[in-house]
Design a protein around this ligand. Structure first.
Ligand SMILES: Cc1cc2nc3c(=O)[nH]c(=O)nc-3n(C[C@H](O)[C@H](O)[C@H](O)COP(=O)(O)OP(=O)(O)OC[C@H]3O[C@@H](n4cnc5c(N)ncnc54)[C@H](O)[C@@H]3O)c2cc1C
Length: 408
């Protein structure tokens, strides 16, 4: 006899990717009952609520990659969603600025990428135009990207949760529900949580910084491990904030998936500077000295991490030095805005990225999804996954429809 399930689908993780996936599946399959389980008291408590708040254009990502496709599609949908639901956002545009000749080939590469990805309105600019757009910024060449913007991603996550529950009386978004184990049965999975057990036909793992552990609990042999990279931010003081009008980015180093320390005028008017990228001793640790034994063991016992360290030790040491030395952080910021002084910046928030690292020490750049039995596991959803979330949700729905044979 088949077990009566509590939900057709349980999505683990109340970040923007889990919520967008549940939202899309709920809309396309209104007959299904869906639950989103979030271990924290609040939705968006980790990456979604600790990021730069930038609506990325999609110009950085390799043409044809899932990142490029979902970023462009997701951005358009996100902006329409924000307009429809009155979510604070602004399409303020950004500039990417080269400060030395060495950076010019990479700037050109980013520009060509933008053209191949058909990002609207991208143009090359010279030093005078840089000054016109951002009077305090110094650069020898740049790119202007008019369709980049800023948004409150936590507000997006909360609105998605509201819409999921409004879609059907059988849908639930349950916070303070941590999934701690699975019991697999032929036609359903029992999810053991800190609040009791739930039975579901299908599960979708969008656990962000914990996604590889959740996959392992489900019996999936993940070929990657999540390595946490903390990003620290400084904030410009009220007086110094006038030195940045919108968004100023450096030219990214193509060897790394991180975009480099940038200036972001946030939706509340403050100007954040960051984030750097340092190996974190705690997956959900936002302090510089936070430490967790299990997280440390999981990272340091992984050969892929050591291979990554060996390949990138210089970059890693430089980033560490900047994390602990304000003067060095400031020097990095002064490359773009030379008049900034020590008293202009004050320590601000931090975020931790869930970066999947492969066994050869490679930083996995694109989104990664693995299917097994009655589960889908999102194993890498790095930036720009917040921008791309609605498109990623669409993609997860396509996989679920086909793989779980869902009816519309
Ligand atoms: C510093 C930083 C800056 C960034 N800047 C940008 C940006 O400007 N623009 C952009 O588009 N992207 C940006 N990103 C990337 C973006 O924030 C992430 O890609 C995106 O938020 C990932 O969403 P998620 O839902 O996968 O993960 P998360 O938001 O981390 O959500 C995962 C959720 O799963 C929950 N969970 C984990 N384990 C369990 C369990 N066992 N049971 C129940 N719940 C569980 C967690 O508590 C968490 O809430 C940035 C990221 C960082 C860290």
């Amino acid at each position: 006899m088949k077990q009566q399930v509590d939900f057709d689908i349980v999505v683990i993780g109340g970040g923007i990717v889990g919520l967008a996936s549940a939202y899309k599946i709920g809309r396309y399959h209104p007959g299904l009952s869906i639950a989103v389980l979030e271990k924290e008291e609040q939705l968006a408590s980790h990456q979604t609520g600790h990021n730069s708040g930038v609506i990325h254009s999609g110009l950085y990502y390799g043409p044809g990659s899932n990142k490029a496709k979902t970023c462009v599609e997701g951005r358009e949908e996100l902006v329409a969603f924000a307009k429809e639901h009155n979510i604070p956002h602004k399409i303020c545009g950004k500039i990417i600025v080269a400060t030395g000749k060495k950076e010019l080939p990479n700037l050109e590469r980013v520009f060509r990428n933008g053209q191949e990805n058909k990002i609207e309105g991208v143009e090359k600019i010279g030093p005078e135009q840089i000054k016109e757009i951002e009077p305090f910024c110094h650069g020898i060449a740049g790119i202007r990207v008019p369709c980049t913007g800023i948004i409150d991603f936590t507000a997006v996550a909360k609105k998605l949760a509201e819409l999921i529950e409004a879609e059907s009386a059988g849908n639930k978004v349950l916070t303070s529900h941590e999934v701690v184990a699975f019991e697999k049965h032929d036609f359903y999975t029992k999810l053991i949580t800190n609040k009791g057990a739930l039975a579901a036909k299908y599960i979708i793992n969008c656990g962000g910084l914990q996604c590889d552990r959740i996959a392992k609990m489900d019996g999936v042999k993940a070929s990657v491990r999540i390595i946490p990279f903390r990003g620290d931010y400084y904030e410009l003081t009220e007086e110094a904030a006038e030195k940045v009008r919108a968004l100023i980015y450096p030219v990214p180093d193509p060897a790394f998936p991180f975009l480099g320390v940038h200036f972001t005028r946030m939706i509340d008017g403050s100007v954040e500077c960051g984030p750097n990228a340092v190996f974190s001793f705690k997956r959900e640790g936002y302090g510089k000295t936070d430490f967790n034994l299990r997280d440390c063991w999981d990272s340091l016992s992984y050969l892929g991490l050591w291979k990554m360290f060996m390949k990138n030790w210089k970059y890693g040491l430089d980033e560490y030095a900047r994390a602990f030395c304000k003067k060095l952080f400031l020097q990095r910021l002064q490359r773009l805005v030379p008049s900034l002084q020590d008293e202009d910046i004050k320590p601000s928030k931090a975020g931790v990225r869930a970066q999947a690292v492969g066994p050869k020490g490679e930083l996995i750049d694109d989104f990664k999804v693995k299917r097994q039995a009655n589960s889908i596991h999102v194993l890498n959803a790095p930036s720009p996954a917040a921008t791309a979330a609605l498109a990623i949700g669409e993609y997860i729905d396509e996989i679920a429809t086909q793989y779980f044979k869902l009816k519309s």
